[in-house]
Design a binder for this molecule. Structure first.
Ligand code: AMP
Length: 198
């Protein structure tokens, strides 16, 4: 699979306890700009989200935010993005971020990050897309989540190949190389999720 040209990054609206969280978010954003990969994200200026976006823009890259109108009005939107896509609801935001992206990467974050990333993992499991999904495991933040996924496999709630398709690691270069080598298919993705009945 060719290098993705747009990556959706899910990450915290806080910067977390350790300075390494922001340092690695900055390094990840800088690497995206260096590789000329567009950032698709939640459009906020706060937390790791703001750090990644600032790093992409500082490196001369393109950052597109997708944000519900209500959050813009609360002035949480980043003021200097290449583009800010304003939608009406949280669900429209997640769908739009999905549509614009070729790969999905979670940096450390909280409930919002988990919600967004697990939706992409679930859609992959349902065959709605075949795009790479990865967790950048800064300071071992995702160690227990990875163990939990192993437990899900052990207890026969998740298929081994589904778990194995998800990348975990702390090496940013290795992550970009993995995405480039991923045997997926961006073009398989353009299925409207709302067309799938329950
Ligand atoms: P959390 O991990 O709970 O901090 O939530 C962060 C994730 O939820 C990000 O990936 C965003 O897409 C979304 N999000 C949460 N808060 C905001 C905010 N104030 N502005 C923009 N997006 C947000």
């Amino acid at each position: 699979m060719p290098q993705p040209t747009a990556i959706c990054v899910y990450c915290g609206s806080n910067t977390g306890r350790h300075p390494e969280f922001a340092e690695q978010a900055r390094a990840f954003g800088a690497e995206m700009a260096r590789r000329d990969i567009t950032l698709i994200y939640g459009g906020g200026k706060v937390g790791l989200m703001g750090v990644v976006a600032d790093a992409v823009l500082a490196g001369g890259g393109k950052a597109i935010g997708v944000i519900p109108r209500q959050l813009v009005e609360l002035e949480a939107a980043h003021p200097h993005l290449s583009e800010l896509v304003v939608v009406e609801t949280m669900h429209q935001r997640k769908t739009r971020m999905y549509q614009l992206s070729h790969a999905f990467v979670a940096l450390p974050g909280g409930f919002g990050t988990m919600d967004e990333m697990f939706e992409m993992l679930t859609w992959a499991q349902l065959g709605l897309h075949r795009c790479p999904c990865a967790f950048l495991d800064v300071c071992g933040y995702y160690r227990d989540l990875r163990a939990m996924m192993g437990h899900m496999v052990d207890e026969a709630f998740v298929r081994t190949e589904q778990r194995d398709s998800v990348w975990f690691g702390d090496d940013i270069t290795a992550l970009f190389e993995w995405m480039q080598d991923y045997e997926g298919d961006y073009s398989s993705k353009w299925i409207d999720p709302s067309s799938v009945s329950a």
